[in-house]
Every structure is written in structure tokens, then in C-alpha cells.
Design a protein around this ligand. Structure first.
Ligand SMILES: Nc1ncnc2c1ncn2[C@@H]1O[C@H](COP(=O)(O)OP(=O)(O)OP(=O)(O)O)[C@@H](O)[C@H]1O
Length: 250
């Protein structure tokens, strides 16, 4: 087990958003967090990454309590791609190089440059390297944020709706790329995603959130017509096409 979330509770003032949330993730596993708007999915990611301080409960990475880690140590273990990000004007290369910050002491090394170039190549961003990030399309910018997180070489990668600005081709390409890198490098990924069919294609495990709690968690078998109705209040049919579950709203 790489990550353990134990009894996490969080409130914004009097509004409870996470209520005793517990789960664990193995090395290289890809997990999709699902649920309606406002269910607490982004808050969960922010608590895992120590951006928010939970009111109760703990997060452990490889058995070590995050509360006992400095932020730089957290950053060497966990990378986070937010839904929205304000980044100052800089080139794509420099934006991705920022991901190396938790490792850079005084000078950028050849290894840092090599890691950045490698990621840019894998995400087909090489030709954008010297472009300014405020001149990119929403989808290109989203890919840069993912590249920056990967440059951090984390053990756990948290992605909040990483495909919301991407066209169909890029949605599939980016998720396949993340899945491959997760398996290849043993990175565990938690992704908040609204498209259930993309989630089914991408994830090994699923966490369904409802009313600040985990409604259910597990493999594909937990994605049932009843679960979708209970969580999303939508009637669906689930078909098996080419050995894959496909969700069709009715
Ligand atoms: N900074 C904040 N201050 C007060 N309330 C907040 C804050 N951020 C989020 N909330 C509230 O907490 C609840 C959970 O928000 P969160 O962003 O975690 O939900 P979510 O499941 O990620 O939603 P979405 O799918 O729309 O992104 C919502 O009701 C939201 O209005």
C-alpha cells in the first residue's frame, strides 16, 4: 500500500464536506473519484495534498503521516494538478521545469533538463517548449499542468478533472499516457473525473462519493445502475461492448 487515507473529516466553517473518509491505494493503481458537483471530491484531493488541513483523520504515504512532513517532502511524494491555476507569464519549458523545484538546491542540473525534455516529448509538447503559457489553448495549458506535475516525479499524482478542457483525442491520449506512466513507473494516480465512461476506460478502482461520504469503493463491479441512480439521481443502462462497460443515460 502506498497511500492510506484514514477517517478524514473536513468542514468549511459549519459545512461538513468530508465525513470520515477512508480508503487506501496500492502502487501503480489508478483510482477515479466520482460524484455529483459539490460532493467533496476537490476538497478530498486538497486535504490529501495538505493544501487544506483536515479537522480530523490522517493521510499516510508509505506509512508516514503527512502531518509530520515538511511541505517540500510532501511535494517530493505527491503532485497535484488543480482544476484551475493562475500561473505567471513564462514559457512552457520553464512552467514544466517548476515541477523540479522540490529537488533543486541551487542550480538546475542536466538531469532536471533531461526529465523536463522527456515529459514534453511524451506529451507531444516539444514544439510548444518556447511558447508562452498565456498564449496556449485551454487544452494545451491543461497538458502543461500535467507535465509539470509529472516533472515532480511523485509517488502519488492527484488530478482534478484533468480532461475537462481537452478534445476527445486528447482526453484519450492524456489519460492513456497517465495510465501507462502509472504502470511503468509505479506512480499511483487519483483522478476526479465527471465522464463515467472515460473513468471506466482509465481506472482500476473507483470511489463513489455522496453527501460528504464514500458511498462505495472498489473495482468496476461497484459501478452499477443502482449505484449511479443513488449517487447521480439519473437512470442509466449499463451495456457490455467489446468487453467494456458502457454507461448509457436513459
Ligand atoms: N473555499 C470554500 N469555502 C466554502 N465552501 C466551499 C469552498 N470550496 C468548496 N466549498 C463547498 O464545499 C462543497 C464541496 O466542494 P468541492 O469543490 O470539494 O466539491 P466537488 O465534488 O469537487 O465539486 P465539483 O464536481 O463541482 O468540482 C461544495 O458545497 C462547495 O460549495
Amino acid at each position: 500500500m502506498i497511500l492510506k487515507v484514514d477517517n478524514l473529516t473536513f468542514s468549511y466553517r459549519s459545512k461538513k464536506v468530508l465525513d470520515k473518509v477512508s480508503f487506501s491505494i496500492d502502487k501503480g493503481e489508478c483510482v477515479a473519484v466520482l460524484g455529483v458537483n459539490g460532493a467533496g471530491k476537490s476538497t478530498l484531493l486538497k486535504c490529501i495534498n495538505k493544501i487544506l488541513k483536515p479537522d480530523g483523520g490522517c493521510v499516510f504515504i508509505e506509512g508516514k503521516n503527512l502531518n509530520k512532513m515538511l511541505q517540500i517532502e510532501v511535494a517530493r511524494n505527491i503532485a497535484y494538478v488543480p482544476q484551475r491555476a493562475n500561473v505567471s507569464r513564462m514559457t512552457v519549458f520553464d512552467a514544466v521545469l517548476l515541477g523540479r523545484k522540490p529537488y533543486i538546491n541551487l542550480d538546475v542540473t542536466d538531469k532536471d533538463i533531461e526529465i523536463v525534455n522527456d515529459i514534453l516529448k511524451h506529451l507531444s509538447l516539444e514544439s510548444y517548449s518556447l511558447k508562452y503559457i498565456d498564449e496556449l489553448s485551454g487544452g494545451e495549458f491543461q497538458k502543461v499542468l500535467i507535465a509539470r506535475a509529472l516533472a515532480q516525479q511523485p509517488k502519488v499524482l492527484l488530478l482534478d478533472e484533468p480532461t475537462s478542457n481537452l478534445d476527445l483525442k486528447n482526453q484519450i491520449e492524456v489519460l492513456d499516457f497517465i495510465k501507462n506512466i502509472a504502470k511503468e513507473k509505479g506512480i499511483s494516480v487519483i483522478v476526479v473525473i465527471h465522464d463515467l465512461n472515460l473513468a471506466l476506460r482509465f481506472a482500476d478502482k473507483f470511489i463513489l462519493m455522496k453527501d460528504s461520504k464514500i458511498y462505495s469503493a472498489g473495482g468496476e463491479e461497484i459501478i452499477t445502475e443502482k449505484a449511479i441512480r443513488d449517487v447521480y439521481s439519473v437512470d442509466v443502462e449499463i451495456e457490455n461492448i467489446r468487453n467494456k462497460k458502457i454507461i448509457i443515460p436513459i
